[in-house]
Write a protein that binds this ligand. Structure first.
Ligand code: SF4
Ligand code: SF4
Length: 83
């Protein structure tokens, strides 16, 4: 499941550079996560790094982009292959 950023976001920029997949972009008024790039940090970290650093708990699961661990791992491997 990709993650998404809610309207709780205060645009602090703490998460953007912490994403190993460059999935987070600054947008107005809230930052956004590209669901095609977010792997929930599978392949890089034990837990979603953006959630760890967000000071206002604005990053939540995206119910429109549900993926299991195997799918997330496959997505990560596909992203690695594009580099
Ligand atoms: S969960 Fe990981 S891959 Fe997804 S947006 Fe957050 S930091 Fe990036
Ligand atoms: S860390 Fe949280 S509050 Fe800061 S830009 Fe990211 S989502 Fe928004």
């Amino acid at each position: 499941m990709a993650l998404m950023i809610s309207d709780e976001c205060i645009a602090c920029d703490a998460c953007r550079e912490e994403c190993p997949n460059d999935a987070i972009e600054a947008d107005d008024p809230f930052y956004v996560i590209d669901p095609d790039l977010c792997t929930e940090c599978v392949g890089c970290y034990d837990e979603p790094n953006c959630i760890v650093v967000c000071p206002v708990d604005a990053i939540v699961l995206d119910p429109d982009n549900v993926e299991n661990a195997e799918e997330l791992r496959y997505k990560f491997e596909q992203l690695q292959g594009q580099e």
